[in-house]
Design a protein around this ligand. Structure first.
Ligand SMILES: C[S@@+](CC[C@H](N)C(=O)[O-])C[C@H]1O[C@@H](n2cnc3c(N)ncnc32)[C@H](O)[C@@H]1O
Length: 253
């Protein structure tokens, strides 16, 4: 059973530096098409911004996340949010749908996640999600690899993320007894509301946490310098090289 990524999720920082994540979740929410009276699980709900939208559609939603601060923020929105590792879901045939945005790629043990989602769904229930896909944040990963490599660390061993291609994830879903209705890679260059350093603090702690504390700041500055000519446009805006994988699958038995 895989561990949970080391990233510390602060709800306050997430709202400041990563509000674009739920804001750009509209297409996957549309794919979910929640209906009044449905019972839906939001897997890796974060601070509950998208969960609230599913509730607003009339569904009853249980939201789970491994980050205690995120769950507290979701509860503050009056949501039924629970601390739970997505690799150890405990539900049995109770949901019409499982939804997830920007969370699955943080979970290393995909077989455990998919088995838990399958178990949580009612027969023929749907699994609709978006996650990082093949080539997601590729420039950022290369820069992290180079800077950690200068310090004798292999970023591939530390990397907490799993960014599969559509074919690779289709296979995983089918092996886990899902029928894939649709699955696609969606390139999505993403304007960051802050600088790349703030993005790295919000999402790349697993990498920098592997360094001795006095080296972390200078390593982060080196990553930013490598990325500036690639990801910053001529107006000074940082545009991250996001690529999403979006899919709709249904439970088969
Ligand atoms: C980028 S946030 C996305 C949050 C939310 N779905 C959204 O769209 O704003 C990723 C979330 O995945 C959660 N997460 C990471 N690993 C997890 C795990 N093993 N089990 C459950 N949640 C996890 C984090 O705590 C974080 O809240």
């Amino acid at each position: 059973m895989a561990e949970i990524a080391k990233q510390h999720w602060s709800a306050k920082r997430y709202a400041r530096t990563a509000h674009f994540v739920p804001a750009l979740g509209a297409p996957v929410l549309e794919l979910l098409a929640p209906r009044p009276g449905e019972r839906i699980l939001d897997l890796g709900c974060g601070d509950g911004v998208l969960t609230e939208k599913i509730v607003a559609a009339g569904a009853t939603v249980v939201a789970v996340d491994a980050g205690t601060d995120m769950v507290a923020a979701a509860r503050a929105r009056d949501l039924d949010a629970r601390v739970m590792d997505g690799q150890k879901l405990t539900f049995e045939a109770e949901f019409d749908a499982v939804f997830s945005n920007a969370a699955l790629h943080w979970m290393r043990d995909q077989e455990a996640v998919l088995a838990g989602v399958h178990r949580a769904l009612k027969p023929a229930g749907r699994f609709v999600a978006e996650m990082g896909g093949h080539n997601n944040t590729a420039a950022i990963l290369v820069a992290l690899t180079a800077v950690l490599g200068r310090r004798g660390l292999d970023a591939r061993r530390i990397n907490p993320w799993y960014f599969p291609s559509a074919d690779a994830y289709r296979r995983k879903l089918e092996e886990a007894r899902f029928a894939v209705e649709e699955i696609a890679i969606v390139p999505r260059p993403t304007i960051l509301p802050t600088c790349i350093e703030a993005w790295l603090d919000t999402f790349a702690e697993d990498f920098f946490g592997a360094l001795p504390p006095p080296e972390r700041r200078s390593a982060r500055a080196e990553v930013a310098e490598l990325l500036r000519p690639i990801l910053m446009d001529e107006t000074g805006t940082w545009i991250a090289d996001y690529v999403r994988l979006r899919f709709h699958a249904t439970r088969t038995d």
